[in-house]
Design a protein. Sequence first.
Length: 473
Amino acid sequence: MFKLKENKTTVGTEIIAGLTTFMTMAYIIALNPNLLTGFGANGGPELWNAVFLATCIAAGVGTIVMAFAANKPFAMAPGMGLNSFFAVVAAQIAEMAGVTYVAGFRAALVIILVEGIVFLILSVLNVREKIVEAIPLPIRLGIAPAIGMMLLNIGFGSNAGIYSSNGGPFYVMANFFGSLTAGTAKTAMGADGYAAMVLTVVTMLIGFFVIVILAQHGIKSAVLIGMLAASVIYWAGEAIFLHTNPFAALATASWLPPFGDMAEMTLFKFDFATFASIGWFTVVTLILTFCIIDMFDTIGTLVGTASRAGMLDENGNMPNMKGALISDAIGTMFGAATGTSTVTTFIESASGVEAGGRTGLTALVSGILFLACMFISPIAAIIPAAATSAALIYVGVLMLAGLKNIDFSDSFQFIPVAIMLIAIPVSGSIGHGIGLGIITYTVMKVFTGKAKDVTVLTYIISLIFLVKFFLAV
């Protein structure tokens, strides 16, 4: 079914790859409901429980559809960045309509539903595939290394943050390595925060080096073993140096899925009346904004990860892109129906690809684990961020190898790519980074007498991003 021999892989390799991808993505299970409910402050524990279940279900279903519809090793879940934006929009709708946050949340789910339907139609009609093909080849070649920079930024920057008696969050690169001396770092974080930070940094680096060394010996499960080794080190450090029990939460954790809360709060609870009350112009603007961001985030992740896996043809296109895009649309619609923000392909899928995943069996394993998290979420929650960071840093470094495909003697290639290398990690948006790269490419071509080299669709994409950046309200 998954054509394992044709893709030069095995069942064992695919299972390890699926587990690896899941472990690097497991953080989204708790983080997504935290972001969408303000850590439970908006909508109460009932809404948090509903979004938690919706996250597990939407990620699981979308990823399993990816396995069978596209036979690709990519996993999906509610997208980071898009979920924070969704929470802001939900709050704004509630304020504009004079309703509760829950009502605003249900109204915002209408946006996600419409977005998913639009993308499904565009994918079936091959319109999204044509948009992918319209992206200039240098931009497509630069997506993978730019995503690598984003993974490095997440691994060293925002993923492994700690809180202390002095506040926080404090981050590895900015607050630990960014301090002039260890003394200044300790003063800023406090003694407890500094101890936790040292444990985080040591765990991250040991995990990273375990992965690197095992990979050099040709061990395909290097990423998974490295993450497990890092987790054990962190748990031991918590017990010995921080004097806390890393497994304490398991004793009081609830293992029963809160289906009742989801049925009451979000399951098919679309508030069309509240959504319509904010005005047609705002409605259209919000839908277009979500569509643009999601479309290019998904395209960038698919192309970048497929490039690392050697799945692109000589023209930089991914076979069966249509199936992957349809899976993305179905995942988004399923997320809207259950109660979460836009579901999209995750860049953490690159960790599974690096572990040898090449087919939909990898995605199937990840999807099943997401569904299982409805019952075993406490176990997924104890995977330390430092262990995840070790994997993200390693995969990010490897994805930089894609720069070898860029002709640095051709300014039409390396300048747009250079813009993407900085724009994607700093903005935190793959879509926005691609947009800046396309605009740069188009402007350079037009004002150097080579306007005919740019396709009509590329001009349209450039114009859409210009409107998005400067005129959208």
